[in-house]
Design a protein around this ligand. Structure first.
Ligand code: CTP
Length: 403
């Protein structure tokens, strides 16, 4: 079969969670794309999904136990070495914990610990478990061990509650697998414009209105877009940080200058990512001379700055993709969804100032990405560099869907 995964060998691990029913669809998609799939399930997964269905769809016997019925040993080392990629979907909290500590109490764990290929895990659990410090610690360990930990979706959970922790939809997991296995630069031939950093709105020759943004998140996105093959222009407000030299950086100071630079470049790009912390207002007039201390009170009259994201969202063509950010302190999800609609964006990356370790100037961030149609993905706390790669991989998927 001549699918996008033709000739690829994929080992699909399934652990015992309610999301296992979606693994059947993932298996079908992998086979449809031409992959050879060997399924290995944990003993508890057999209560959630039938080995007979998996064997029929994969056209291979399903491995569960160390020793098969015919007394043949399941060679976990060979299974771990056979695959081009191992994908465990769903991965329960229990398996994440075992994998992080190297506990080897079933065949799938032995395969994971014998793997010589990339290992991708798609977590699925209830929100309280997903947010627990121990789970976050374990996922950070898996990441630093070099494994790919996919985000989770927001929605209805096995417990009947609604929140973060749903396994990603099979189509989205497939897109991650395709990108990983093909190892290509998915954005070659495309161009992008990114805004980053604060803006400074002058009051007089020595003073300005500004904010604490370091610009790091937008700079990492510009680096990741460039690394994925897109010709990237970064419109950067006043900050001491810089992007890689391959990124074409335009330095600006004010929101109006940022707007002008973006408006100029945007029509020739396919991707716009507005990550700057743009000042919403600027002083109505800028004093020529330093304002002297005189009266007891001083009132500044402010006028609204143009909204760069909204401009791009409202003027985009059908083959352009526009991504915005939302920094929220309360009613986070509702505000982010409102911003997505008001600015006609294709994606809003929302971070909350309530999230520990994800503040201004930090190297880390914790976000949820909202897309039209109620789609959302919540990522755990991770470095802004890793997060930029995740955002760019989602952009790559969406832009190719538009094409
Ligand atoms: N943004 C922009 N131009 C502006 C203001 C905001 O491009 N003049 C972009 C930001 O880069 C970000 C998104 O809009 O991608 C949301 O910014 P935010 O400050 O959270 O939203 P606002 O529209 O300013 O709404 P509010 O201040 O009411 O939350």
């Amino acid at each position: 079969m001549n699918g996008i995964l033709s000739g690829k060998k994929i080992l699909l691990g399934i652990t015992g969670g309610i999301a296992a029913y979606k693994s059947i669809l993932l298996l079908r998609l992998l086979v449809k794309e031409g992959a050879t799939v060997q399924v290995v399930i944990t003993p508890s997964a057999a209560s959630f999904v039938s080995p007979l269905v998996l064997a029929t769809l994969s056209k291979h016997p399903v491995a569960i136990e160390w020793v098969k019925d015919d007394a043949q040993w399941a060679n976990h080392v060979m299974l771990g070495r056979w695959a081009d990629i191992i994908v465990v979907a769903p991965t329960t909290c229990n398996t994440i914990s075992k994998f992080a500590t190297g506990l080897c109490d079933n065949l799938l764990m032995a395969v994971l610990l014998s793997a010589t290929c990339p290992v991708m895990i798609a977590p699925a659990m209830d929100e309280d478990m997903w947010l627990h410090a121990a789970t976050n610690r374990n996922m950070a360990t898996l990441r630093s061990d070099g494994h790919i930990v996919l985000p989770v979706a927001h929605g209805e959970l096995g417990s009947g509650l609604t929140g973060e922790g749903r396994m990603l939809e099979p189509e989205i997991i497939l897109a991650h697998i395709v990108q990983m296995v093909s190892g290509s630069k998915p954005l070659v031939g495309l161009s992008a414009v990114v805004t980053a950093g604060p803006t400074h709105e002058p009051i007089d020759p020595v003073r300005f209105i500004g904010n604490h943004s370091s610009g790091l998140m937008g700079i990492e996105i510009a680096n990741a877009l460039q690394a994925a093959g897109a010709q990237t222009t970064l419109v950067l407000g006043p900050t001491h940080l810089r992007a890689n030299s391959a990124v074409n950086t335009i330095m600006v100071t004010t929101a109006q200058q940022m707007f002008d630079a973006v408006a100029n470049v945007f029509p020739d790009t396919q991707i716009g990512v507005m990550a700057a912390a743009v000042a919403d207002y600027r002083p109505a007039t800028v004093a020529d001379q330093k304002i002297k201390k005189q009266a007891h009170e001083l009132a500044l009259s402010l006028v609204k700055n143009p909204d760069i994201l909204q401009h791009c969202g409202m003027n985009k063509s059908t083959n352009q993709l526009v991504v915005g950010f939302a920094l929220e302190t309360n009613n986070e999800a509702a505000n982010a969804i409102e911003k997505l609609q008001r600015k006609n964006a294709d994606m809003i990356v929302m971070n909350s100032l309530q999230d520990e370790g994800a503040t201004f100037g930090s190297a880390n961030n914790k976000v949820t990405i909202f897309e039209p149609g109620g789609l959302s993905q919540s990522f755990p706390l991770m470095s802004k560099q890793d997060l930029a790669k995740e955002i760019v991989s989602l952009i790559a998927k969406r832009i190719h869907e538009k094409a």
